[in-house]
Design a protein around this ligand. Structure first.
Ligand SMILES: Nc1ncnc2c1ncn2[C@@H]1O[C@H](COP(=O)(O)OP(=O)(O)OP(=O)(O)O)[C@@H](O)[C@H]1O
Length: 763
């Protein structure tokens, strides 16, 4: 019992109770109340125990029931209050959920949006791919259908001239009168025993394109009486393409209901004697208004005033098709008792709306049953039939011209040459899908027409697979093939280049490593040279000091009569007071840069040049002139003991003619003259060996062209630029001009990482 009923009952019983109470009070006022009350209670209990309730206000039996009702009412009220309390308690608000739930709901919402977007993308992708499949199959496809031999033909003994057995599925052979066979190939070939389902199964895929927003045109072409109407319209028992197509459209739209909303509108017209007739006009018996083809703003062809009937189910369609067909122009010919004397066009306009993104589409599906092509002579048409035949043939010829123009990709397509082609303009060619049924008769009597129809169909098929169209596809294919090959080739090349680059990088790294090693060795050798020089200078200065002792004494004796040398000689030109003297004193050659050797050859060369210049400075002949000073009487001790000058003299300018040390040394050390000369000659020979340039070096310096000489990597400066043999000797890494180290160096030559090479090799 719902709440409302309970409330009504409660109210009624409340009223009843009030009434009863009033009556009871009346009785009480008549002094019968106590007895009645007791009796009532008694009765109530009895009646409850007996399971019977007799409600009789007069007898007071109603009171217990009322009491019960009141109890129940109060209970109901109580329950109601409880319900309200509970409702308040469980009232759901956003705050009543924990944060986790709210977050989950929010993330689910986001996920839903994402999925929706993805679905839309997938939907678009599916549509694109499906369209591609259809296009790959061919935007214009041709199916051939052969009807069975009819009774007349069998009776007249006409044999079938169509051979399906020896050919593959999509091929047929026509046995000509001279027993030769002509083979034809189509996208699909239906034999006489193929039923309507089989035909539609192959037709179905193209229909889906209409719902995807593409224009589609399906038409049946062929000789009269070959089954065009049978294929397109069919019979109530064997429904044709028209009915099945609409059925399929409804089925798919139902399938996509959650995403897409479709509206189907149907129009039906015929082109009869180059006039357009609306087959759905309500009163077709009346002369219909003249319909003309106009171009709409979007470039499509429209027929203003044409009835457009919305259909919501297949039942509507069948009724509508029946009514339309009933008004179609038919007539009896020799070939067909109910021959279609017009082209019948059923137009289905599909308006789609995407429920997710609101995108709208509008596309047309044309289902055309053409009038039969026929030979006027054969049909023996006269009068109206002849006129009809002429119009039919004219418009079919116009259709053939359009097909030819499309096949040859002609700039001008003669759509306007007939009403039929004009109205189908936006559904023939372009990106719309076209399916043609070429209907043929198997009878030998129709051989000529059959061959004509098959040839025409082959031309139509040529739009898709013929040279013009195919060429485009092949060109594209070829282009992609070429691109793929080029890509492959480029990949190979780039791999090769990468490999060689890697090898070069490895080689470069090895070279750099070697260079670093060599630079280190150069530094080591330079340090070694500096050390050697220092040691030698010390030795020489010691020797000079010893040899200068007697002359110094003599000088001291002559001192009063002589002027100091400094007074006699003008001070040295500042430019001649060369800094390298200090270097000689310290005996430290310019240190190599702490920075790692750079790859830049110029910098290396410059640095080496500086080093070589410094080395050259050290061996300037001026030291020789200063070295002669000890022979002259030194006026002061400070001048005599100039270790720098003396050191440089002795070291860098060994001169065979100047006898620097022998007399002094001889006297100092007590050697005899013969001993002196022997020692002197030994030392001289040793120095000569040391400082004289190597014979091969000299030879190379003289003979090697300057370009070749300057190409020396490790010397830093071209050898040709170094004139002084001592410097040349310095540049020889293995050549250390230290007598002390000479032996050890000679020994270490074999194990040295810098092998002593002939100068020609070094260059
Ligand atoms: N595949 C088939 N199976 C059985 N019967 C067929 C078949 N095709 C055609 N017929 C029959 O052949 C006869 C002629 O068919 P239909 O009227 O469809 O020819 P048509 O090409 O439309 O002729 P027209 O151009 O003169 O209108 C019909 O009786 C039809 O039932």
């Amino acid at each position: 019992m719902d709440e409302l009923t309970m409330e009504i009952l409660t109210e009624k019983f409340n009223q009843f109770v009030i009434d009863c109470n009033l009556k009871s009070s009346n009785r009480v006022s008549g002094n019968i109340a106590p007895q009645v009350k007791e009796h009532s209670v008694c009765m109530d209990e009895n009646s409850l125990s007996n399971g019977t309730n007799e409600i009789s206000p007069d007898k007071g039996h109603t009171l217990p029931i009322l009491k019960k009702i009141l109890d129940l009412s109060s209970k109901i009220q109580e329950l109601k209050n409880q319900h309200v309390a509970l409702s308040d308690h469980v009232k759901l608000t956003t705050d009543s959920f924990p944060g986790l739930v709210v977050n989950s709901v929010q993330s689910l919402g986001t996920e839903y949006e994402l999925l929706k977007r993805k679905y839309l993308e997938e939907f678009a992708e599916r549509r694109r791919l499906y369209n591609e499949v259809i296009e790959m199959k061919g935007n214009i496809r041709v199916f051939c259908r052969c009807r069975p031999l009819n009774e007349n033909e069998t009776a007249n003994g006409h044999a079938s001239v169509i051979n399906f057995e020896s050919s593959s599925d999509n091929e047929l052979q026509v046995i000509c009168s001279d027993s030769s066979k002509k083979q034809f190939r189509f996208d699909c070939v239906f034999r006489p025993d193929d039923n309507q389902e089989a035909v539609f199964a192959q037709t179905k895929p193209i229909i889906t394109s209409v719902l995807d927003g593409f224009n589609v045109c399906i038409f049946a072409y062929g000789q009269t009486g070959t089954g065009k109407t049978f294929t397109m319209e069919g019979t109530p028992e064997h429904r044709g393409v028209n009915y099945r197509t609409l059925d399929e459209l409804f089925r798919i739209s139902e399938e996509r209901r959650s995403v897409m909303k479709y509206k189907l509108v149907v129009s039906m017209l015929e082109v009869y004697n180059e006039k357009i007739r609306d087959l759905l006009a309500e009163n077709s018996d009346q002369p219909t208004k003249k319909l003309e083809i106009k171009q709409a703003a979007d470039g499509t062809q429209e027929v203003p005033g044409l009835v457009e009937a919305s259909v919501y189910g297949i039942e509507d369609v069948w009724e509508m098709l029946k009514s339309g067909n009933s008004t179609r122009s038919v007539g009896s010919t020799n070939a067909n008792e109910l021959s279609s004397r017009s082209h019948c066009l059923l137009r289905v306009t599909v308006m789609g709306e995407n429920l997710i993104n609101g995108q709208r589409t509008r596309s047309h599906l044309w289902l055309v049953d053409l009038a039969g092509s026929e030979r006027v002579a054969k049909t023996e048409a006269e009068g109206d039939r002849l006129k009809e035949s002429q119009f039919i043939n004219k418009s079919l010829s116009a259709l053939g011209d359009v097909v030819s123009a499309l096949a040859s990709k002609s700039a001008h397509i003669p759509y306007r040459n007939s009403k039929l082609t004009h109205i189908l303009q936006s559904s023939l060619g372009g990106d719309c899908k076209t399916l043609m049924f070429v209907q043929i008769s198997p009878s030998a009597a129709d051989l000529g027409e059959t061959l004509c129809s098959l040839n025409f169909a082959t031309r139509v098929r040529g739009i898709e697979s013929g040279p013009a169209r195919k060429q485009v596809d092949l060109t594209e294919l070829f282009k992609y093939k070429q691109m793929a090959e080029k890509l492959k080739h480029d990949e190979k090349e780039s791999k090769k280049l990468q490999d060689s680059l890697h090898a070069l990088q490895l080689r470069l790294a090895a070279r750099e490593h070697m260079c670093r090693n060599l630079q280190e060795k150069v530094r080591d050798l330079e340090n070694q040279i500096a050390e050697e020089r220092k040691t030698r200078l010390k030795q020489e200065s010691r020797a000079i000091a010893i040899s200068a002792q007697p002359s110094r004494l003599a000088t001291l004796k002559e001192a009063p009569t002589r002027k100091p040398l400094a007074e006699k000689k003008p001070p040295l030109n500042p430019s001649k007071l060369r800094i390298p003297l200090r270097r000689i004193t310290t005996n430290i050659l310019p240190q190599p840069s702490p920075m790692p050797p750079k790859k830049n050859g110029k910098e290396n060369t410059a640095r080496k040049s500086i080093m070589m210049r410094n080395a050259e400075d050290l061996v300037k002949p001026r030291r020789a002139s200063i070295a002669m000073r000890p022979q002259a009487a030194a006026p002061s001790t400070s001048q005599v003991f100039q270790p720098r000058r003396r050191v440089s003299i002795a070291t860098f300018r060994p001169d065979a003619s100047s006898d620097l040390t022998t007399p002094l040394r001889g006297s100092a050390c007590g050697f005899t003259s013969g001993q002196h000369s022997s020692i002197r000659s030994q030392r001289k020979a040793r120095y000569s060996r040391l400082f004289a340039p190597l014979p091969e070096m000299r030879a190379s310096v003289e003979t090697t062209p300057s370009i070749m000489r300057s190409s020396s990597k490790f010397m830093g400066s071209p050898i040709g630029a170094v004139r002084n043999p001592a410097v040349v000797a310095l540049q020889r890494k293995s050549f250390v001009w230290s007598p002390l180290k000479l032996r050890s160096l000679r020994n270490s030559r074999k194990s040295s990482l810098l092998p002593s090479r002939p100068s020609s090799e070094m260059q």
